[in-house]
Design a binder for this molecule. Sequence first.
Ligand code: ATP
Ligand code: MG
Length: 223
Amino acid sequence: MNNIIECRSLCFSYIEGDNQTSILSNLMLDVKSGESIAILGPSGCGKSTLLNLIAGLDTPSSGDVLINNSDITKLNEQDRTELRANTFGFVYQFHHLLNDFSSVYNVAMPLLIKGVDKERAIAQSEKLLTKVGLENRLSHKPSELSGGERQRVAIARAMVVEPDCLLADEPTGNLDSKNAKDVLELILELNENDTSSLVIVTHDQDIANKMNRTLTLSNQQLI
Ligand SMILES: Nc1ncnc2c1ncn2[C@@H]1O[C@H](COP(=O)(O)OP(=O)(O)OP(=O)(O)O)[C@@H](O)[C@H]1O
Ligand SMILES: [Mg+2]
């Protein structure tokens, strides 16, 4: 089976003044099409940084990130944005919803950007928001939602395009156990047909147990 994601000798460091802090060093990762992976590791070890590099939202200091065999680090901004939109659904650790838009429009946005007609995009959005238990919060804006509700809107937004790969950064971090369980089921549904891959950063052992593989980020590499 082909690899949807390949990280080759990935290095990333932050430069602050005269100091360079290395976060990832010669990291290797293969994710096969249809595979589900949990990434564990202590706070501050670089998990969010890794997801951002995979999605082309950050540029590595050195090394390659191949997405369906094309090197996302070598594409121009437009091609990179297109590859990202056509491949990934991204659940950010801090939801990044659009504050001026209702839940329905936040979730419908990726479909509208893809050119799906408005009526269908809204219907799809409402269906997913219902699945995450927010059928009574469709027209609320992010400022009118609780932290867990915002997280569920963000999950619906990432899944609405039925992405080839869902990148999720602690998707159940703010949820109670009932909602966490429902969200996990929804995520696993996406992976059920074995064509969508999952890469989930989590501290939740229940989620990790349901994935094909668990990797731990330790000493700047995945083991
Ligand atoms: N803009 C930045 N400038 C300098 N250092 C940064 C910057 N952003 C993140 N870092 C540092 O990089 C390291 C890795 O951060 P990252 O957010 O990837 O960790 P994480 O594993 O996702 O942690 P958590 O589990 O708390 O979310 C941290 O030590 C953080 O302080
Ligand atoms: Mg993080």
